[in-house]
Write a protein that binds this ligand. Structure first.
Ligand SMILES: [Zn+2]
Ligand SMILES: [Zn+2]
Ligand SMILES: [Zn+2]
Length: 270
């Protein structure tokens, strides 16, 4: 299975629009893995998680054929994860297809409401699926179970457990320390890949995102509870410039703990 990290930054990107902090200045000078766009992951070219405004940039940068994507999963409606206006580019009169197939969209109430309102006249090109936490669904490309995140009290934010071609992935952000129901659900699972966040770096613990300590504690929990397969990998992503950690700093923190630091364009074979 191929897991392609399209973007690895939190909301503001790195270097961030309008920002003159030292991290943004250094990222501009150093370039390479220090340049981060808003988060999204593509699995086997057909299953995509989240749809930020940087998707056009991702498709050009990495030569991605977005029309191969059959299933699009939304974690929540924050604009670094969902920019529904760009789905209109797939509408009649904007995109030309060889074979017209529906793109299936999956998420909780708010993202699906935004998309179905915006794409109301394009129902022949999209199908909408309203998910409920902990209810497993068979999509066109995988079996998915939405889990509860701890991220925004104004909406139900989801994490995903994805089973595809015998592999099992946990997509674990955006979230602070997970709700008890999610920890309980994960017990007894065997993951090939866990994708975690570390938005806030060395900042003190906060409720809605993870800092370094929370990410390391999550890894510890996954390992101690034997939730990771022997060859299973843990990857960390979704970094804010306000964490003031360059790629090299993150590698220094996480790699000795067996965690891979994602960068834009990174591809894993699992
Ligand atoms: Zn985010
Ligand atoms: Zn900055
Ligand atoms: Zn968010």
């Amino acid at each position: 299975m191929k897991v392609h990290f399209h973007g690895t930054a939190a909301f503001e990107g790195i270097p961030s629009l309008f920002c003159h902090c030292e991290t943004c200045k250094q990222a501009k000078v150093l370039g390479g893995k220090n340049i981060r766009t808003r988060t999204s992951v593509l699995i086997d070219e057909v299953l995509k998680i989240d749809f930020p405004a940087d998707t056009l940039h991702h498709s050009i940068r990495d030569s991605v054929d977005m029309d191969k994507v059959r299933d699009l999963l939304f974690t929540h409606s924050h604009s670094d994860h969902l920019y529904p206006e760009d789905l209109l580019i797939r509408a009649l009169g904007y995109a030309q297809f060889n074979e017209e197939e529906e793109l299936h969209l999956y998420g909780h109430d708010l993202p699906i409401k935004h998309c179905s309102q915006l794409l109301a006249t394009e129902r022949h090109r999209f199908q909408f699926h309203n998910l409920k936490p902990f209810e497993t669904v068979q999509t066109q490309t995988a079996t998915i179970t939405p889990l509860l995140a701890n991220h925004d009290s104004k909406e139900t934010c989801l994490l995903y457990y994805i089973e595809k071609d015998g592999k099992k992935i946990f997509y674990g952000h955006d979230s602070g320390w997970f709700p008890e129901q999610t920890w309980t659900w994960l017990k007894g699972k065997k993951l090939d890949l866990a994708i975690l966040e570390c938005t806030t770096g060395n900042a003190p613990h906060c409720e809605v995102h993870m800092n370094v300590e929370d990410t390391l504690k999550t890894r510890e929990w996954l390992v101690e509870n034997h939730v990771m397969q022997a060859e299973g990998r843990i990857v960390v992503t979704h970094f804010s410039h306000n964490a003031h950690l360059l790629h090299e700093d993150l590698v220094h923190i996480f790699e000795p703990n067996g965690i891979t630091v994602a960068f834009d364009g990174m591809q894993l074979d699992i």
